[in-house]
Design a protein around this ligand. Sequence first.
Ligand SMILES: N[C@@H](CCC(=O)N[C@@H](CS)C(=O)NCC(=O)O)C(=O)O
Length: 243
Amino acid sequence: MMGKLKVYADRMSQPSRAVLIFCRFNGIDFEEIKVDISKRHHLSPEFAEVNPLQKLPAIVHGSFNLSESHAILVYLASAFPGIADHWYPSDIFRRAKINSVMDWHHSNLRHGAGPATGRSLNPKAAAEAEKVLLSSLSKLEDIWLNGDGSFLLGGSQPSIADLSMVCELMQLEVLDEKDRSRILSPYKKVLQWIEDTRTATNPHFEEVHNILYRAKKKFEQQRSRVAETGTELSNKMGGHSKM
Ligand SMILES: N[C@@H](CCC(=O)N[C@@H](CS)C(=O)NCC(=O)O)C(=O)O
């Protein structure tokens, strides 16, 4: 008996959302433990016991603990019975390709999408991140989404790589709508893939992303206040650039 799975997560964090959606969609019995990055709860000594790297997400399953969302998704897809094969296929060649695209994600798309949302904090870093983001979006469009199916690597159903990367791109929701559309609209396959992943994993996808939609509204209001008064935008997201 492993005991009930515990998932330490902040729903404002894109890799946390991927793990939560995966668990909910697959009917895994788990407890969500909220760790609020904006309140610096991830830096508490209690959480350091769970994940000494002090990053989210992290899991505890019995006496086993694990960090890094991709490793967590691989573990969950392998450790829990009855998870459909398309999430992390048993075919070693497909599995290797999924690992390959997830490794690519961490040094490319993630590098661009998170920091690109930190405009008001550091415009120069955001501009640099946007370059990485645009180049990653082209690669997604031309290479990873170039197969017959609706998902990465020609899949007809989503894998853990789809979930991880779509959750990453969802972070762009917090941008000004003009910026979001300027960045994403040239990439038609990417836009369709976000929709397909959302549809394939709903209602969990929308429920877990609700917090982001609320943050989007708050930022829109802040931006219009700034436009009216000319005052600086105070970035209360706390973890914006840490996401
Ligand atoms: N490569 C890690 C990234 C983890 C990560 O950077 N998490 C962010 C939230 S999205 C975090 O915990 N930030 C807090 C900090 O860096 O202080 C994963 O995929 O799990």
